[in-house]
Design a protein around this ligand. Structure first.
Ligand SMILES: *Cc1c(COP(=O)(O)O)cnc(C)c1O
Length: 379
């Protein structure tokens, strides 16, 4: 089945009791048993819920995986993956990554005796330097947030083959519409569903998707034991959102290209980071592992002044200044003071995240209107 058909049909079927075409919101905490242990596959709603199950199966299909697991947020999904580790284990991660992920690594799991190494993952030699017998996870984000650097997933998978470590890819930015890490040999895909999958800025949720049965059993155990599960209303909203994922992504990519090209030609813009720009170092890999380049981009103003960047952000009329990304409406953000404020300045600067960097989540409005807004805001 092709992607757009899967987005609409995978995992969902008309409700057997009524024929309702939309998956019902099973707003229940428990399920009746006819005799102790005799039931229809559902016992208690932390463990299973039919609305959540439909979504989990849909996500598994979109990522060409076998098992999806939904969590109360992207961070809760990341938390669940880290709970696969033990004290003494080590993680090798991209240095340019989501601020909340950096925070849970360094401020939460480091306290439990897990060690994290942050390296520029587009340089294989830097990854190799940190590999040892304790390496248990490779943590990949690509495109990275907010620098849009590209990590060669296949290359990390190849490096992991000589170790006992699993490869996790945070596929939030690309979505399964643009890239499928499991097809390249990654073990776990993690999503902040809050972003493109939900797509309408109305839900916070996360997920894991894997192929391996034993690995899914471990994640299911953590999902049920730790209990960070989403409610059925939110699962319904996400199932609804995903039905247009392919259509939205197509427009996000088209608008991303138009905005990136416009900014590239702007006399006040020093640098544009969008994976589809040929002069960026990750372009070749991005063209191989992604089907298109998405709607996320960042740019820096000439002179690199934080005051000028703040003026642009305050001037926007259509782009909303807000955290988050991936919704139908365009958003602008200032990573250094917003999403990435929890990363120390010296770590940020190593990744090229300067104080004046502006990140855009290009929505699916008319590109002409978005460009007109940039024109008046930058001046
Ligand atoms: C937002 C985000 C997360 C965290 O997800 P939440 O749903 O906000 O908990 C993780 N990774 C990336 C790349 C994100 O953009």
């Amino acid at each position: 089945m092709k992607f757009g058909t899967k987005a609409i049909h995978a995992g969902v079927a008309p409700d057997p009791s009524t024929g309702a075409i939309m998956t019902p919101i099973y707003q229940t905490s428990t399920y009746v048993q006819s005799s102790p242990g005799k039931h229809k596959g559902f016992e208690y709603a932390r463990t299973q819920n039919p609305t959540r199950l439909a979504l989990e199966n849909n996500l598994a299909a979109l990522e060409n995986g076998k098992h999806g697991r939904c969590f109360g947020s992207g961070m809760a999904a990341i938390d669940a993956i880290l709970k696969l580790l033990k004290p003494g284990d080590e993680v090798i991660s991209t240095n340019d990554l989501y601020g909340g992920t950096y925070r849970i690594f360094t401020k939460v799991f480091q306290n439990y005796g897990i060690k994290f190494h942050f390296v520029p993952m587009n340089d294989a030699s830097k990854i190799k330097e940190k590999i040892n017998a304790q390496t248990k996870l490779f943590w990949v984000e690509t495109p990275t947030n907010p620098m849009m650097s590209i990590v060669d997933i296949q290359q990390v998978v190849d490096l992991a083959k000589n170790t006992e470590a699993m490869v996790v890819v945070d596929n939030t930015f690309a979505t399964p519409y643009l890239q499928n890490p499991l097809d390249l040999g990654a073990d776990i895909v993690v999503h902040s569903i809050t972003k493109y999958l939900g797509g309408h800025s109305d839900t916070v949720m996360g997920s894991t998707v894997v192929k391996d049965d034993a690995l899914d059993e471990k994640l299911a155990f953590i999902q049920n034991s730790c209990g960070a599960v989403p409610g059925p209303q939110d699962c319904f909203l996400v199932l609804r959102g995903i039905k247009t994922l392919h259509v939205r992504m197509q427009r996000h990519c088209e608008n991303g290209r138009k905005v990136a090209e416009y900014l590239k030609g702007h006399s006040k813009v020093a640098q544009v980071y969008w994976p589809g720009l040929k002069d960026l170092p990750g372009y070749e890999i991005a063209s191989q592992q992604m089907r298109d380049f998405g709607g996320m981009l960042s740019f820096v103003l000439k002179g690199d002044s934080i005051e000028e960047a703040f003026k642009v952000l305050e001037n926007f009329k259509l782009f909303a200044l807000a955290e988050s990304l991936g919704g139908v409406e365009s958003l602008a953000g200032h990573p250094a003071s917003m999403t990435h404020a929890s990363i120390p300045k010296e770590e940020r600067m190593k990744a090229g995240l300067t104080d004046s960097l502006i990140r855009l989540s290009v929505g699916i409005e008319e590109a002409e209107d978005l460009i007109a807004d940039l024109e008046q805001a930058i001046g």
